[in-house]
Design a binder for this molecule. Structure first.
Ligand SMILES: Cc1cc2nc3c(=O)[nH]c(=O)nc-3n(C[C@H](O)[C@H](O)[C@H](O)COP(=O)(O)OP(=O)(O)OC[C@H]3O[C@@H](n4cnc5c(N)ncnc54)[C@H](O)[C@@H]3O)c2cc1C
Ligand code: FES
Length: 526
């Protein structure tokens, strides 16, 4: 097993298969800096790059390599439409917020394009048309309402068209959204990392941060006992590691799945996504929609069609193989020209309760900033975070400050209903303390598999490695004590509450937890 530090799961994404990740030495001393950025995905790397460009002494830290989190497992589509739709944002936050939101999404794509051109980054960046389409039975009235809201938000070029230009779709409604974009995320990060270093920034990988303490000088502590003192710190760990509950109660983690299939002939690239939502999702008010998102990417042998979807609340489903199979079936049905499966992987997105990301000053703190709640728009939100937080640190005004403020409260009944539904769902996970284990005993666990066992009143996370040795941990998540669950595709322990994930050997992969699952008994064998 080499998930920890390398990848956020057992599967390998298209990007991980086709590019290496930037690594450097771990931090081995105490440091001073202007800004310490924790987390080197698109948000942290963009931030560190923009800070270095402003001649700030920046230190960028990650406990894995660069892009080892969700940026290495994304599908990297840049879209100006937000996941929850402008109609919802307008209703919840008002017309001006919807307008600012659209403005920031456009500016993010433009900024990435400008960086790619300025730094001459060979990362397969291309502008493409986007198509949003209704699934069978989808509401044309809703689509029309969304189109009105899109226009009102400041995207006049979005138009209704007759059909989706590729694939076999029987749909009553399609929108064409011009000038969207896509790229290879790891190739982009690798060049930015080199530029950060060229500009005098320092990057330390394989270094886990365990504490970020606000003050006139922020104190950042690593698990090896080293300290960085900085004028400001940015926590860009996707799921904040410095917040116990405030932000985690306002967002929810969802797992999402991706398959890549070989394309036999080249097609003009475009990106597509649908608005599929089941009546059950609507009824349960569990936030996002199990929609499909689609793009092309190119490897040495030609094009691969990449299709994502089949979302569910993290740690709350144990049928990953079926989800991959369903996605593959759906892809073959709609794109009959695809051949063999080249890639499959999954990851996690954080869904904010009011549809807008949390980017800015950490609630109640002065010099610590966070970026999270990206939903499926992490490429633009990560870039917006770089632009916005760099302004905040410099004391410059930024028109998007209020919109993305992590401390904002939205008191609309629909937001409160979602907030209650998500937090009731979290509370319901505590029933795991009284349910039986997945298996009656460790003997039943096959090599390379894991299961939750019951030992009296305790729940144990047990993993049998490929050689047959059993590794046992407390199944209690070190964040707020929910019981983790086994993901047999990624070979991870996933917390069903706020998004913490651990590799098979209990090592924390992403926050809010900052410590590993507690190993049980010294030998840790049975
Ligand atoms: C399958 C999938 C498809 C997606 N598709 C799209 C898409 O098409 N378009 C789009 O816009 N968005 C998409 N998203 C969302 C997007 O990929 C993410 O929102 C985005 O990559 C998050 O970037 P980030 O920099 O915030 O976090 P990450 O990339 O997760 O980076 C966080 C980093 O923090 C590090 N870290 C964590 N804890 C610590 C610690 N204690 N100490 C030090 N370092 C730490 C991690 O190692 C990691 O490298 C998708 C997501 C998934 C999973
Ligand atoms: S992530 Fe909060 S309890 Fe596990």
């Amino acid at each position: 097993m080499e998930t920890s530090g390398e990848r956020a799961g057992n599967t390998v994404s298209f990007w991980e298969r086709t590019a290496k990740k930037f690594q450097s030495a771990p931090l081995k001393e105490n440091l001073n800096a202007d800004v310490c950025v924790v987390g080197a995905g698109i948000a942290g790397v963009t931030m560190a790059y923009l800070l270095a460009r402003e001649n700030r002494q920046v230190v960028l830290i990650d406990d894995g390599p660069l892009g080892g989190g969700m940026t290495g497992r994304t599908t990297a589509q840049f879209v100006t439409l937000v996941d929850d739709g402008y109609d919802k944002i307008e209703k919840l936050l008002g017309e001006e917020c919807a307008r600012l939101c659209a403005e920031s999404q456009i500016a993010a794509i433009d900024r990435v394009e400008a960086i790619v051109n300025a730094e001459k980054i060979d990362c397969d960046f291309e502008r493409v048309d986007g198509y949003l389409f209704l699934p069978p039975g989808g509401s044309v009235t809703d689509l029309k309402r969304e189109l009105d809201a899109i226009h009102c938000a400041g995207l006049p070029d979005v138009e209704r068209v007759d059909r989706v230009p590729i694939g076999k779709f029987n749909t009553d409604g399609v929108l064409r959204i011009p000038r969207q974009a896509q790229f290879h995320p790891l190739k982009y990060l690798n060049v930015l990392a080199q530029r950060i270093v060229d500009l005098g920034g320092r990057i330390f990988t394989g270094t886990r941060v365990v504490k970020v303490e606000d003050g006139e000088r922020v104190k950042i502590e690593t698990s090896d006992g080293h300290t960085i003192i900085a004028k400001a710190a940015v926590v860009a760990t996707n799921c904040p590691i410095n917040d116990r509950l405030v932000i985690h109660s306002k967002q929810a983690p969802y797992a999402t799945y991706v398959v890549g299939l070989r394309v036999s002939h080249e097609t003009e690239h475009s990106i597509l996504w649908d608005t599929a939502m089941t009546a059950e999702d609507e009824k349960q008010k569990l936030g996002p929609i199990p929609y499909h998102y689609i793009r092309f990417a190119r490897d040495e042998q030609g094009d691969v069609l990449i299709v994502g979807g089949e979302d569910h609340k993290s740690g709350q489903a144990s049928d990953c193989e079926q989800r991959f199979a369903k996605l593959e079936r759906w892809t073959r049905e709609h794109f009959p020209f695809v051949g063999e499966v080249t890639d499959r992987w999954s990851g996690q997105v954080m869904e904010p309760v009011d549809g807008v990301a949390y980017i800015g000053r950490n609630p109640g703190e002065k010099n610590v900033y966070v970026v999270t709640g990206d939903s499926g728009n992490g490429m633009t939100h990560g870039t917006i975070a770089g632009m916005l937080i760099v302004d905040l640190i410099a004391g410059r005004e930024n028109p998007w400050t209020k919109l993305y403020d992590p401390a904002r409260k939205t008191l609309k009944p629909a937001v409160i209903a979602d907030y209650i539904a998500e937090n009731t769902n979290v509370a319901a996970q505590l029933r795991d303390y009284v349910t039986p284990g997945d298996e009656p005993s460790a003997d039943k666990i096959k090599n390379g598999e894991g299961a939750i066992l019951r030992d009296g009143v305790k729940k144990i996370a047990a993993y049998r490695d490929e050689k047959g040795a059993l590794h046992k941990f407390s199944a209690v998540c070190p964040h707020l004590k929910c019981i983790v669950r086994w993901d047999s595709c990624e070979k991870t322990w996933d917390c069903p509450c706020h998004g913490s994930r651990f590799d098979a050997l209990g090592r924390v992969l992403n926050g809010p937890a900052i410590t590993d699952l507690q190993p049980l008994d010294a030998a840790n064998q049975a």
